[in-house]
Ligand binder design. Structure first.
Ligand code: AMP
Length: 700
């Protein structure tokens, strides 16, 4: 019974029916299993929140039945384990867990408990230091007479694993620090090893190119990186260490030196050269300020460069911390407010198939609904057949689902360990799964494409998708013309192709249930506005396979009227920069069909613009601007904007964009990890070298 399935409702009921002793034993076994997966194997199969629920349940039963507590219970030590590959070392002060808070009420209770412990009146305020709960791996750093002598993982809290060699590689871990100036002889600091989200993505991109298995998340990549046997591998993962606690500090006589305020201690560490949270932390004068600050971070955490799973609230005054003390599990002067889980486990119930506007078949997983970071998720795109294979998904599987910053949920993995043999393989269809007419259409997969496609739609499913796309923001941008309107008008037979959109009967629309004169009028004015769109929007809205936004713009620059394309041949298209033969063939084919040409003519008759507009014409380089007459080149990774955006900004200011360093280059803008271009520019000696901020200052 040592699997995730202990968490389902039936098991919970079963558990609660057992005598307390059996409940405790079962919970201990399950918790031990999940701790091993998390700490030893770096491959957790339940979320932190789910683990906390199990752990808190065990703790509660033990509290109510203290005679059943044994030293081997997970509650009698802090989480973690010793892997065996690294020598164990004893921490100078135990490395504990944190107690958790999930609601505002929990925080108010925490504040009340602190006041009680410190004999402070309920009407007085306790000052708290609040900082992010970095979601990486914890690390303890010991400095002896200013030198880094040891680094260790948390391990089981008493004993950690000695990972000094790996830690010495990390640029954010100073090897020599002037602690003596503060009268400190031996210091143990606590910190979190973490990988920036964008660097993590780069790491995985590279792994994907190398054909390696992708890391599940930045935390696993960081904790794994601390524990590799090859320090070079640690270096490659670009791990950074934030320090968040002075755990132990003594002067040369061995007397403890504690300082007055936690917040000040962290600031001092920052001045000494450690990486610390800056505007991410706050000294809050009372618990209400704590709640407000946490709410602010909950709302903005997706934009933060690092993964955080909550905020840690610490009593700021060290003297008060001493009064609060510790349990064997956590300090009583701190609590971790955990943000809503972004991961959860669920069951894959079924796979349905949707047909897209160019016939691509997208498999969609129907899952047991789960509540995830504020919404209930029951459907998740599986992208294509290859995705299903790479995740080894089967119907009936227990799956881990995640909702990351971009709000689109996705399946992280299936958990093969808990299969019971009833799971069914997913058979990708060979004929169009949406088509219910008598004509069978075999799906095709073109070379270089990942999706199966229905090449010749006989059932109308693609027409509907094309209409939905045609009116969407991406394409003709008809404000207020949502998917449900398209479906309604389509089902009524009012719109069969694009031309019908421009000859709707607004009197009939105003009489539809749920409509009215006002909504019909609004729709009319949005459609009238869209009729004047530039032709690059119109071209893109036609859903020609491979003809994206950019290619539509390139083609629109070259024509004065859309119907000119009926006479364009392959050579005309491929002579254009960035238009390849595949897109060219598709556009040629589309314009060779008489029905399509007739449809465009009808659209024109209904007032849709087919002539090149100012917006379609090529950008003429600026004739003035802060960079007029200068040539510029960007190298390395820009942090505040994309490369394209930067180039556009520069050309708007009159600059000419170059693609290589030469004696013609005036300015080189250098992002992160700039390489040979920077070296070459430096050696020329004639190129001005700017960082991203200097560039932004000039162009803004
Ligand atoms: P938990 O493992 O959930 O009990 O939480 C304790 C862990 O949170 C510590 O061992 C640290 O690795 C981590 N942590 C991340 N940020 C902080 C922070 N600002 N203060 C204390 N612990 C933190």
């Amino acid at each position: 019974m040592d699997s995730i399935q202990q968490l389902n409702d039936a098991t919970k009921v079963f558990l609660e029916q057992q005598p307390k002793k059996e409940q405790i034993e079962l919970l201990r076994k399950v918790i031990a299993y999940h701790e091993k997966r998390y700490y030893i194997e770096d491959d957790p199969i339940i979320t932190d929140r789910e683990y906390d629920i199990l752990y808190n349940k065990l703790r509660k039963i033990e509290e109510e039945n203290p005679e059943l507590i044994t030293p081997a219970s997970p509650t009698q030590r802090v989480g973690g384990g010793i892997g065996g590959d690294f020598p164990p070392v004893k921490h100078l002060a135990p490395m504990l867990s944190l107690d958790n808070a999930y609601t505002e009420e929990d925080l108010l209770n925490f504040d009340a408990t602190v006041k009680k412990l410190c004999a402070i009146g309920a009407e007085s305020n306790v000052v708290y230091s609040v900082e992010p709960k970095f979601d990486g791996g914890s690390i303890a750093l010991v400095y002896d007479q200013n030198n880094l002598v040891r680094a260790a993982t948390r391990g089981n809290g008493e004993l950690g694993e000695d990972i000094t060699l790996n830690a010495r590689i990390l640029p954010s871990v100073p090897l020599h620090v002037n602690f003596e100036a503060l009268g400190l002889n031996i210091v143990e600091l606590r910190g979190e090893a973490i990988i920036r989200k964008d660097k993590f993505e780069e790491l995985n991109k590279q792994r994907s190119l190398d054909g390696a298995i992708l890391y599940a998340n930045p935390r696993n990549a960081a904790t794994g990186g601390l524990r590799t046997k090859d320090p070079n591998e640690t270096r490659k993962r670009q791990i950074e260490v934030f320090v968040y606690q002075v755990a132990y500090a003594v002067d040369s006589s061995g007397t403890e030196v504690v300082g007055n305020s936690h917040f000040e201690n962290i600031e001092t560490l920052g001045k000494l050269g450690f990486k610390i949270p800056h505007q991410e932390k706050k000294l809050c004068q009372n618990i209400q300020e704590v709640i407000d600050f946490i709410q602010k971070w909950d709302a903005q955490r997706d934009q933060y460069a690092y993964e955080i799973d909550g905020m840690v609230v610490k009593v700021d005054e060290i003297a008060l911390q001493k009064v609060c003390g510790f349990t064997s599990h956590h300090p009583r002067w701190a609590t971790a407010f955990k943000f809503k889980a972004k991961q959860a486990t669920s069951t894959l119930l079924n796979v349905e198939y949707q047909v897209g506007k160019v016939g691509s078949i997208t498999p969609v997983a129907k899952i047991q609904p789960v509540y995830l970071a504020g919404v209930t998720v029951s459907s998740i795109s599986l992208h294509n057949e290859e995705f299903i294979r790479s995740k080894d998904l089967k119907i009936g599987d227990t799956i881990v689902v995640e909702r990351a910053g971009d709000v689109i949920p996705y399946i992280v993995k299936s958990i093969a360990d808990v299969r019971n043999g009833q799971e069914k393989a997913i058979e990708f269809p060979q004929i169009c799964p949406v088509n219910h007419t008598d004509t069978e259409v075999r799906l095709i997969k073109e070379e270089g494409e990942s999706a199966w496609r229905c090449p010749e739609c006989v059932c109308g499913a693609q027409d509907l998708q094309r209409l939905i796309f045609h009116v969407s923001k991406e394409a003709m941008d008809i404000d207020g013309f949502g998917k449900s309107y398209v479906e309604k008008f389509y089902s009524l037979g009012w719109i069969k192709d694009f031309s019908d959109v421009y000859q709707l009967d607004y009197t009939l629309i105003s009489q539809l249930e749920g409509f009215g004169q006002k909504s019909a009028d609004n729709l009319k004015s949005s459609i009238d506005k869209a009729k004047k769109n530039p032709i690059h929007r119109l071209l893109h809205s036609l859903s020609i396979h491979h003809l994206g936004k950019r290619a539509s713009k390139i083609i629109a620059q070259e024509i004065s009227h859309v119907l000119e394309l009926t006479s364009w041949d392959l050579a005309r298209y491929t002579a254009l920069k960035d238009i390849g033969p595949v897109v060219a063939e598709n556009v040629i084919q589309w314009f060779s069909k008489e029905a399509n040409v007739q449809m465009l003519k009808r659209m024109e008759a209904h007032g849709v613009n087919m002539q090149q507009t100012e917006d379609d014409k090529p950008l003429i380089s600026a004739t003035s601007g802060a960079l007029l007459g200068k040539s510029i080149l960007f190298t390395g990774t820009l942090l505040k904007m994309g490369r394209k955006e930067a180039e556009e900004l520069a050309s708007k200011q009159g600059a000419k964009i170059l693609s290589a360093v030469s004696s013609n280059l005036n300015i080189l803008v250098v992002g992160e990890k700039a390489g040979s271009k920077l070296k070459k520019a430096e050696s020329l000696g004639t190129v001005e070298i700017w960082n991203e901020d200097q560039f932004i200052e000039v162009v803004s």
